[in-house]
Write a protein that binds this ligand. Structure first.
Ligand code: C2E
Ligand code: CA
Ligand code: CA
Length: 523
């Protein structure tokens, strides 16, 4: 497998990435809009409460002032209109909101602050007004002086005499309330209702109570005057909603782009390997190398394993070539060195001095500047003078002739043996055998598996073994799975063998059990 489908799935899925990012954007949009609208709704409700309270206090204040100013006039209900006319006129002029003050006797208005003596039954001016009450308020579409201008009438009864008192026509000045309400976009109408009549303050229009919108935002009553105050509008204005949705949409685009960037960076090729190293997802298994003649374990081959947290084990063929293609093989091999050095502290207690520790070294690392230092640091971290070392390299490594020779010499100077891995799978292996000095020749398991099958490869294997003997090279047969293969190889003089027949690659603790069993069964 060239590159693990697992990694591919993670790294090469822009569509999946786009989906995740879009989902994050949509989730953000929904969350942001819901929370922001909820907060605005809550704030608006508080503002509406404040407005309702302020309005109630304002209305109450207006009526208190009116009564304070008008009640003294009750003593004039039996006076001569000529005598009190001036007093009425100046009181009307200096009392805020008053249009006219009328004196009433026996249910008839007989003296006006505006026109002086006149005569008109109160029921003609305000049919709904109840003169037997201490105070009463009503709304009218117009007054005799201003027939098309709605007004509020306030009746104040003489304490001792029914049907006698003061009737005041008021211009309902709601300007302060309207200004207050206008400051809040969500309030679009204020209404004052008395009996069946309702005054819409925004356009100063009198309508019937049945024509009123159904549910007000807030309402309050001044019980002494049977007056109800309504505030209409929406808890959330269309402007609020459109601003929140637009902002949410813009921010969602930013969030989605950020997610996309973050995921693309996180899943950048090679990053997975570094993350795997950081999160300790790699471990090493060891496969025993068996001496052909004695059947004893003479060494181990360390093989790296990667258990991905999401997708489980990833085949080494796949992640090694992936790491090579992403320039990650150097950090990965350094990590291998570190893991082997850790395991070796335990393994050395169960393996004889001189046991071979074989590591696979990728060509990319061999050619790296840091290679020599990495190796020296590794040797320094290994148990001192216990293991012999062998580096397994493939024929690919030898292509860059000169530099490879120098590295091989350097390794030999440090008593590190060199094994050609997968021998026979490359094209010009024989040329390299002449050119370089190797210590082991590892015969690819493809040859071993052909043993006893009468295929064209068996004579080649024969020839390879002969050649190795002539060149004084140790041979290691890989992938020995059957007794028949082992017997054939021993007969042909193979030096070492490795394969499932003896043991699979094992983690340190299982390997130690295997070694203990082996020792117990040896004569
Ligand atoms: P390789 O170096 O040829 O390693 C031997 C492979 O053969 C191992 O596969 C081992 O598990 C397998 N094997 C051993 N005995 C038998 C057997 O009897 N039958 C069969 N069918 N297979 C057997 P693994 O561990 O999957 O490794 C595959 C390849 O990945 C290795 O081939 C090597 O090229 C690479 N590799 C593994 N670990 C490392 C490492 O730490 N560094 C580098 N650079 N390459 C590594
Ligand atoms: Ca190998
Ligand atoms: Ca091999």
């Amino acid at each position: 497998m060239p590159l693990s489908q697992v990694i591919k799935r993670h790294a090469d899925h822009p569509r999946r990435l786009a989906w995740i990012s879009s989902a994050a954007g949509v989730a953000f949009f929904l969350l942001f809009s819901t929370i922001t609208l909820f907060v605005i709704h809550h704030k608006r409700a508080q503002q509406h409460d404040r407005l309702a309270n302020a309005s109630k206090a304002y209305m109450q204040g207006i009526f208190n002032n009116l009564e304070k100013s008008l009640l003294p006039l009750l003593s004039y209900t039996r006076s001569d209109c000529q005598n009190v006319g001036n007093e009425l006129t100046s009181r009307a002029a200096f009392t805020n909101g008053v249009r006219a003050i009328l004196l009433v006797r026996d249910g008839n208005a007989w003296c006006s602050s505006a026109i002086g003596p006149f005569w008109l039954p109160v029921r003609n001016i305000a049919p709904a007004l109840t003169l037997t009450l201490r105070r009463n308020v009503t709304l009218v579409a117009g007054t005799p002086m201003l027939p098309h201008q709605p007004a509020m009438l306030l009746w104040l009864q003489h304490p001792q005499r029914p049907n006698e008192g003061i009737l005041t026509t008021l211009d309902i000045n709601m300007t302060p309330l309207l200004l207050l309400a206008a400051d809040q976009e969500s309030v679009d109408e204020i209404a004052i209702a008395v009996g069946d009549n309702v005054l819409l303050t925004w356009n100063n229009q009198l309508i019937s109570r049945t024509a009123l919108h159904n549910a007000p935002l807030r309402q309050f009553t001044l019980p002494e005057y049977s007056l109800t105050f309504y505030m209409y509008g929406k808890a959330l204005s269309a402007r609020d909603i459109s601003i929140v949705l637009l902002t949410g949409l813009l921010l969602a685009v930013v969030v989605a782009s950020f997610c996309w960037l973050l995921f693309s960076l996180r899943l950048r090729p090679g990053k997975e390997i570094l993350a795997g190293i950081k999160h300790n997802e790699f471990h090493v298994v060891y496969q025993p190398l068996i001496e052909a003649t004695s059947g004893r374990v003479y060494g181990l081959e360390a093989l790296l394993r990667w258990t991905h947290p999401v997708t489980g084990p990833i085949p080494p063929d796949a992640f090694i070539s992936y790491a090579e293609s992403q320039d990650m093989i150097v950090p990965l091999t350094r990590h291998l060195f570190k893991l082997v050095a850790q395991d070796a502290q335990l393994l050395c207690q169960h393996l004889p001095r001189g046991a071979v520790m074989g590591l696979n070294i990728a060509p990319g690392h061999l050619a790296a500047e840091s290679f020599r230092q990495d190796v020296e640091e590794w040797i320094a971290a290994m148990p001192p003078e216990h293991f012999n070392y062998a580096f397994e390299i493939t024929e690919r490594t030898m292509v860059s002739g000169q530099s490879a020779a120098a590295v091989f010499d350097w390794l030999h100077d440090r008593h590190i043996a060199i094994a050609i891995d997968d021998f026979g799978t490359g094209h010009s292996a024989l040329i390299y055998l002449e050119k370089f000095c190797f210590d082991y020749l590892k015969i690819d398991r493809g040859f071993v598996q052909s043993i006893g099958m009468e295929t064209v490869t068996s004579p080649v294997l024969d020839a390879v073994l002969n050649l190795a003997r002539k060149l004084n090279l140790n041979t290691v047969a890989e992938g020995v799975e059957t007794e028949e293969q082992a017997a054939w190889l021993i007969k042909r003089g193979v030096t070492y063998m490795q394969g499932y027949l003896f043991s699979r690659p094992l983690p340190p603790t299982q390997l130690i059990s295997f070694l203990q069993q082996q020792q117990a069964s040896q004569p």
